[in-house]
Write a protein that binds this ligand. Structure first.
Ligand code: FAD
Length: 471
C-alpha cells in the first residue's frame, strides 16, 4: 500500500482493497510512503506542508502499528523507489488511491509500467472524491464545465446511489498488515526544518482533521453567512486535511447528511456541501482539460497582454509582500505569508487585485499561492485563479472587477482582520481603515497605494478588449 495524499488508516479505499486481497491470498500488506524528490526539490527548507506530512506520518505509523503493521517512509524519486521497494518486499501488487494531478498521473504511469515489467500489478482506487473522472457528465456524455449543472448532476447521482458515501472499512480484527518496525526519516534527513505548526493553528494528522471537523460542526448552520467574513472563524479549515487525506470526504459528507436529515444542518449544511462539490468540479476540469495547468481554459484569454518588465516585477513583489497600500489586500497577503492560510474571500480579492488592478498574469499569482498555501491543490488553485482572471470555466465576467476598498468595507467593516495583520493601522477608525490615504498623517508607516483603482480598472477593460474582439 503506497500512501500519498491519503494519510489516514480509516475509511480508506486502497488500504481496504489491499487488505481484502491479502486476506484472500493469505498474504500481508506492507505500508509505504515516499518523500518524492521531484516534488520536494522545488520547495524551501521551511515548507509547512512537508512538516505537516512528517508529523502526520508519525501518527499514521503509530496507528498502523496499533493495527499490527508498520510504515516504511523512504526519500527519493518515487518512480524508482516504489518498484525497488516492491521488488525488495516481493510484493505481488501495489495499491494506491488515484491522484488526478497531471504530474501524478504521469508518475503513476511510469511506476505502473515498471511494476508490470516485473510481473507486478498496480491498482488505483477512487478515494479523495465522491465522483471522479467521467462519472458525472452531461446527458450528452460530455464533461460539465458550468458549476450549477455539474452540482445538480452530482447531487442527483449521489441520491441515486447513496452507497458512494459508504466507508471503506479497515477492519482492525482481520487486518493483514505485515508486522515490523516503522522507519521514518527525521525532517533534517530529508533536507527540511522543523516548523511550529501549532503557532499557525494547524494540528496535523487524523487527530487534527477530526478536531477541525468537530470544531466546525456547531458552526455549520451559520456557514452561509459567516463564511464571507475573514475576521470570523466561520469556515471549516479542512482544506489542508482534505488535501492530505487526514480526513475522509465520505465521512464529512455522511456526517453532514445525517445532521441534515435530523434538521440540524440549517441552510449552511447545503452551502458547505456545495463547496465540497466545487472541489470535485475543479478536479474533473483538471482531469478532462489538463491544458489548464498552463493555458487559459478559454483560449481567447491567452491573447490578453500582461504587464511585464522591471516595473511589473516591482508591483508583483509589493503584492507578494503585502505592501500594495490597500489594507485588505496587504493583510490577506500577510496572512498567507505568515500562516500558509488565506480566507476564501481574500483569495478572490487578492487574485483579482493582482490580475485586474496590477495587470499581472494570473499564472504568476497562481505560482505564488502554490508555494505558500498549506492547502495548495493544483485543481482548486488553478480554478480559483482562472475564475478571478475570467479565463476559466464558469468564471466571473472580465468586466466585473472587485473594488478592493468596497470589498474591505463590506467584508471587514470594523477593520478587525486588517488590524490583526497590520497593527500600524490600529489607530484608524472603521471608516478610515479601508483607504488610509484619505486620512493623511494617521498611518505614517503604511505605504501609499501602488496603483489607483479607477485608473487600473479602465486599463483592465482595455486590456481585456481583445477577448471581446476574439470571442
Ligand atoms: P470551507 O469554506 O470550510 O469549505 C470546505 C471545503 O470545500 C474546503 O476545505 C475545500 O476543500 C472546498 N472548497 C471551498 N471552496 C472551494 C473553492 N472555491 N474551490 C474548490 N474547493 C473549495 N482551495 C484549496 O483547497 N486549495 C487551493 O490551492 C486553493 N486555491 C485557491 C485559489 C484562489 C485564487 C481561490 C479564489 C480559491 C482557492 N481555493 C483553494 C478555494 C478556497 O479558497 C479554499 O478551499 C478555502 O478557503 C479553504 O478554507 P476552508 O477549508 O475553511 O473552506
Amino acid at each position: 500500500m503506497w500512501f500519498r495524499r491519503d494519510l489516514r488508516a480509516f475509511d480508506h479505499a486502497a488500504l481496504h482493497h489491499a487488505l481484502v486481497q491479502a486476506r484472500q491470498d493469505g498474504g500481508a500488506v506492507y505500508c509505504a510512503f515516499v518523500y518524492d524528490t521531484p516534488i520536494l526539490d522545488e520547495l524551501p527548507r521551511d515548507d509547512r506542508r512537508v512538516a505537516f506530512i512528517h508529523a502526520s506520518l508519525a501518527e499514521l505509523a503509530a496507528e498502523l502499528e496499533g493495527l499490527g503493521g508498520h510504515l516504511l517512509a523512504r526519500h527519493g524519486d518515487a518512480r524508482t523507489v516504489i518498484p525497488a521497494l516492491a521488488e525488495a518486499l516481493n510484493a505481488g501488487a501495489v495499491y494506491v488511491n488515484a491522484d488526478y494531478d497531471p504530474a501524478a498521473i504521469a508518475r503513476d504511469a511510469t511506476v505502473a509500467a515498471a511494476l508490470e515489467q516485473a510481473g507486478r500489478a498496480f491498482h488505483a482506487y477512487k478515494d479523495q472524491v465522491i465522483f471522479e473522472k467521467s462519472e458525472v457528465l452531461s446527458q450528452a456524455g460530455r464533461p460539465l464545465t458550468v458549476f450549477t449543472p455539474y452540482k445538480n448532476a452530482w447531487l442527483k447521482q449521489r441520491n441515486l446511489d447513496p452507497q458512494v458515501l459508504a466507508p471503506w472499512h479497515v477492519d482492525p480484527h482481520a487486518a493483514q498488515l505485515a508486522p515490523g518496525r516503522s522507519t521514518l526519516p527525521a525532517l533534517a534527513e530529508i533536507g527540511f526544518d522543523e516548523v511550529d505548526l501549532a503557532a499557525v493553528g494547524v494540528t496535523p494528522g487524523m487527530q487534527g482533521g477530526a478536531e477541525a471537523f468537530e470544531a466546525f460542526l456547531p458552526k455549520l448552520a451559520a456557514y452561509g453567512t459567516a463564511r464571507d467574513y475573514p475576521a470570523v472563524p466561520g469556515t471549516s479549515q479542512l482544506s489542508l486535511h482534505l488535501r492530505f487525506g487526514t480526513v475522509s470526504v465520505r465521512h464529512l459528507l455522511r456526517t453532514v447528511g445525517e445532521l441534515a436529515e435530523r434538521g440540524a444542518a440549517g441552510d449552511g449544511g447545503a452551502i458547505w456541501v456545495s463547496e465540497l462539490i466545487w472541489r470535485e468540479f475543479y478536479q474533473q476540469i483538471l482531469f478532462h482539460f489538463p491544458y489548464v495547468v498552463r493555458s487559459s481554459f478559454k483560449p481567447v484569454y491567452d491573447k490578453v497582454e500582461w504587464e511585464s518588465g522591471p516595473e511589473a516585477d516591482e508591483l508583483f513583489a509589493a503584492w507578494c509582500e503585502g505592501r500594495t497600500g490597500y489594507p485588505l489586500v496587504d493583510a490577506a497577503m500577510l496572512q498567507l505569508n505568515r500562516t500558509g492560510f488565506m480566507h476564501n474571500r481574500l483569495r478572490m480579492v487578492t487574485a483579482s487585485f493582482l490580475v485586474k488592478d496590477l495587470g499581472i498574469d494570473w499564472r504568476r499569482g497562481e505560482a505564488y499561492f502554490a508555494l505558500k498555501l498549506n492547502d495548495y491543490e493544483l485543481a482548486s488553485n488553478n480554478g480559483g485563479w482562472q475564475w478571478a482572471a475570467s479565463s476559466g470555466c464558469d468564471a466571473q465576467p472580465f468586466f466585473r472587477i472587485f473594488n478592493p476598498v468596497t470589498q474591505s468595507q463590506k467584508f471587514d467593516a470594523d477593520g478587525s482582520f486588517i488590524k490583526h495583520f497590520l497593527p500600524q493601522l490600529a489607530t484608524l477608525t472603521a471608516k478610515e481603515i479601508h483607504a488610509p490615504w484619505l486620512a493623511p498623517g494617521k498611518a505614517p508607516d503604511y505605504p501609499a497605494p501602488i496603483v489607483q483603482h479607477d485608473v487600473a480598472r479602465q486599463r483592465t477593460l482595455a486590456r481585456y478588449a481583445v477577448v471581446k474582439a476574439g470571442a
